[in-house]
Design a protein around this ligand. Structure first.
Ligand SMILES: Cc1cc2nc3c(=O)[nH]c(=O)nc-3n(C[C@H](O)[C@H](O)[C@H](O)COP(=O)(O)OP(=O)(O)OC[C@H]3O[C@@H](n4cnc5c(N)ncnc54)[C@H](O)[C@@H]3O)c2cc1C
Length: 277
């Protein structure tokens, strides 16, 4: 019986593992290797790591966690989690594992607008978040490829950063290709626009199989509903990182720093629950 099984080896899960390791709790972290920022080579807006390759962040995190004897990390995918009377059963390919608590840090998956060429540049010159990838386009033109109600606000946020902000409806972009120092948007009217980068609005969905099997309550956004410490509607199950939305926030906070904070708080709550139990 583990004290905690963490499902997910992104920043949320890794931080939870570090915190539980420091409290000498028997912990297993399972990681299927599908990271939301898997195509990103430079992640930003994380103190002391601004611009670091996320793969390097994960490598460093695993190396730090290796110093704590009670934490084990396995590269494995979880198929289901079930609640039983005195804990939880986690099923992986090689069998079943038991834990007093499960921390879900399984993240979300993005579906990009169906524009040919876009996916090849996702995480580099095509991004969704101006806090993460905006400053890199300083003083150069950018495009907001977004027809939603948020497009104007996003454009306004980018105004102090970029030289020009062009708002373009996704339906008006025929294809996207790379240039020496940015992107070319080929428009349906036959013209082209060269920009340093483009901001799109992917459709995100919670990686949901485990969430649904457990019957976890969700927010209107689709994220898992939690309290400020990541506790979900099922006892002993916590959700952190991109997958989770605490009641006091308007949506899930998609960032490395927020994921790390969530992972730490949930691990603290797990330790507390084990002491009380
Ligand atoms: C293109 C892009 C660029 C970004 N750039 C930045 C940036 O510069 N700065 C910033 O702060 N934020 C950035 N973000 C956001 C940031 O990447 C996410 O907020 C963060 O990765 C969320 O961490 P997480 O741990 O919740 O999920 P993830 O990092 O997505 O990790 C999810 C983990 O769960 C595992 N998993 C899923 N299902 C299973 C299963 N069934 N069994 C076992 N393991 C499973 C995965 O393998 C993975 O280990 C970016 C996002 C995108 C899409």
């Amino acid at each position: 019986m583990y004290d905690a099984i963490i499902i997910g080896g992104g920043p949320a899960g890794l931080q939870a593992a570090l915190t539980l390791g420091r409290m000498h709790r028997r912990t297993l972290l399972l990681d299927s290797g599908a990271y939301r920022n898997g195509t990103v080579r430079h992640a930003h807006n994380l103190l002391t790591n601004d611009g670091r390759d996320p793969a390097e962040l994960r490598r460093l995190a695993r190396a730090e966690i290796a110093a704590y004897d009670t934490v084990e990390i396995r590269d494995a995918a979880v198929s289901t989690v079930e609640r039983e009377e005195d804990g939880l059963i986690v099923t992986i390919d090689g069998g079943q594992l038991r834990a007093r608590a499960v921390i879900l840090a399984t993240g979300v998956a993005d579906e990009l607008p169906p524009i040919p060429g876009l996916a090849e540049h996702w995480g580099d010159t095509v991004a969704n978040c101006p806090f993460c990838h905006g400053h890199e386009f300083s003083g150069r033109p950018v495009a907001v490829v977004n027809a939603s109600a948020h497009a104007a606000a996003l454009a306004a946020m980018l105004e102090p950063v970029a030289s020009e902000v062009h708002v373009v409806a996704p339906a008006d972009v025929r294809a996207v290709s790379g240039t020496d120092d940015g992107l070319r948007l080929e428009l349906t009217d036959g013209t082209a626009r060269d920009v340093a980068g483009a901001f799109v609005a992917p459709t995100w969905t919670v990686r949901g199989e485990i969430v649904d099997a457990l019957g976890l309550e969700r927010q209107e956004s689709g994220a898992v509903r939690t309290d400020p410490f990541g506790r979900t509607s099922v006892e002993g199950v916590y959700a952190v990182g991109d997958i989770a939305q605490p009641d006091h926030l308007p949506g899930p906070m998609f960032s490395l720093a927020a994921a790390i904070a969530g992972g730490q708080l949930a691990a603290v709550a797990v330790v507390q629950s084990l002491v009380v139990a």
